[in-house]
Ligand binder design. Structure first.
Ligand SMILES: Cc1ncc(COP(=O)(O)O)c(C=O)c1O
Length: 389
């Protein structure tokens, strides 16, 4: 079968490839600690599960409107209005199976050959993949450790021009845990307004923030007509497998994104959407408990990595990833990630999987038990000690 040319431009997400490798080692009897995939290890809170089961029993098992059921769109509008201090209506909201389709649909709807799209490097690999797939030109801006993994304002400005169609931001950030400050939002606003660019703000980790206030690009008044927000249930409510996310955007764009959904998934399962209403409107204790656990694990893994020869690690302010600098080992990231998987039985990702600026780093997801994290740290230290022994 001859593939369409555009398939040669579609990338992938390495986390899933490493997971396959790790599972193959497990099948051979090796015990692997999984610090590669970014998903909370906690079960979905029981009140959310109950709401999903109840909805299924109540017959919510049929097609639903492509943009989402009105009750969930209203609950999301309320949640986003409250958390971002803005006034969002249900017409701004499109509900999708996981948050990823918002990325896919927004880029598909807006980017075409000749358009440039600014995106973070290191960053979530699907941004670059989708821009390439749609024939646009991905233009990376670098996030450096020396700047707490925030962008450099001068470099950021220098990357934009009249061809800049979209600017992608992600805060708290995967893979670095970096967080945008109010001054950064002002730089983005100035650049976007100057070049009439769309802002795509990926805030899937917006509630996984350990200190300080959350600064959302959606809250910047001058950006209201040009901003698309991606958010969802996967990380905040430990619902990765339910596949439930949302986008918030100006209503005229929401109609087009809804049409893309009609052409692809049709809609999200109704009972899953009812579970989503419970997640947003029900008790929030589980979210607080998960955040407290992530904070404790963050401190343990960062201290442990800093005590590993050749590693240095900043303390991330958000998300649940540690992104240590491993240049002191003398090895490149891919080689070291493979070695740690095969020798130590700890699955992690090479920083280079997030773009060339990720070379020299590894990404560890600490959405795993404290016990497993402590065990992984001992194994990593022992394995790394053998490198130059
Ligand atoms: C930065 C970022 N955006 C979006 C997503 C996608 O989330 P979902 O699983 O809801 O599609 C992820 C998941 O890993 C992510 O890390």
């Amino acid at each position: 079968m001859r593939l369409a040319e555009r398939m040669s431009r579609l990338g992938t997400e390495t986390a899933f490839d490493v997971l396959v490798k790790a599972r193959a080692l497990e099948a051979q009897g090796k015990e692997i600690i999984h610090l590669e995939v970014g998903e909370p290890d906690f079960p979905t809170p029981p009140n959310i599960i109950d709401a999903g089961i109840r909805a299924m029993r109540d017959g919510k098992t049929k097609y639903t409107p492509s943009a989402g059921i009105p009750e969930l769109r209203a609950a999301i509008a309320e949640h986003v209005s409250r958390t971002r201090n803005v006034s969002i209506t249900p017409n701004h909201v499109v509900v999708t199976p996981g948050a990823k389709p918002i990325m896919f649909f927004a880029i598909l709807a807006l980017v075409e050959p000749g358009d440039e799209v600014l995106y973070p490097n290191p960053g979530f690999p699907i941004y670059e993949s989708m821009v390439n797939y749609c024939g646009g030109t991905p233009v990376p801006y670098t996030l450096r450790e020396a700047n707490q993994f925030r962008f450099d304002p001068d470099e950021f400005r220098s990357k934009a021009n009249a061809k800049t169609k979209m600017i992608i931001l992600n805060s708290p950030q995967n893979p670095t845990g970096g967080v945008l400050e109010p001054a950064d939002l002002q730089v983005v606003a100035q650049v976007a307004n100057q070049y009439d660019a769309v802002i795509f703000t990926d805030e899937i980790y917006g509630e996984v923030l350990y200190d300080g206030a959350f600064n959302s690009l959606l809250s910047v008044p001058t950006l209201a007509d040009r901003t698309i927000l991606l958010d969802g249930f996967s990380k905040t409510f430990a619902m990765t497998g339910w596949r439930l996310g949302w986008g918030v955007m100006p209503p005229p764009l929401a109609e087009h994104i809804t049409r893309l959904q009609t052409n692809s998934n049709s809609c999200v399962a109704g009972f899953v959407q009812y579970a989503g209403i419970e997640a947003l409107r029900g008790p929030q204790d589980s979210v607080k408990q998960m955040l407290a656990a992530f904070r404790e694990r963050r401190d343990v893994i960062v201290d442990g990595l800093n005590a590993t020869p050749g590693f240095t690690c900043l303390k991330p302010r958000g998300a649940f990833y540690a992104f240590p600098n491993i240049t002191g080992t003398g090895w490149d990231s891919r080689k070291l990630a493979d070695y740690i998987l095969n020798d130590a039985g700890v699955a992690c990702l090479s920083g280079a999987a997030f773009g060339d600026a990720g070379e020299g780093y590894l990404r560890f997801s600490y959405a795993n038990s404290l016990e497993n994290i402590q065990k992984a740290l001992v194994r990593i230290r022992d394995a790394v000690a053998k490198i130059h022994a």
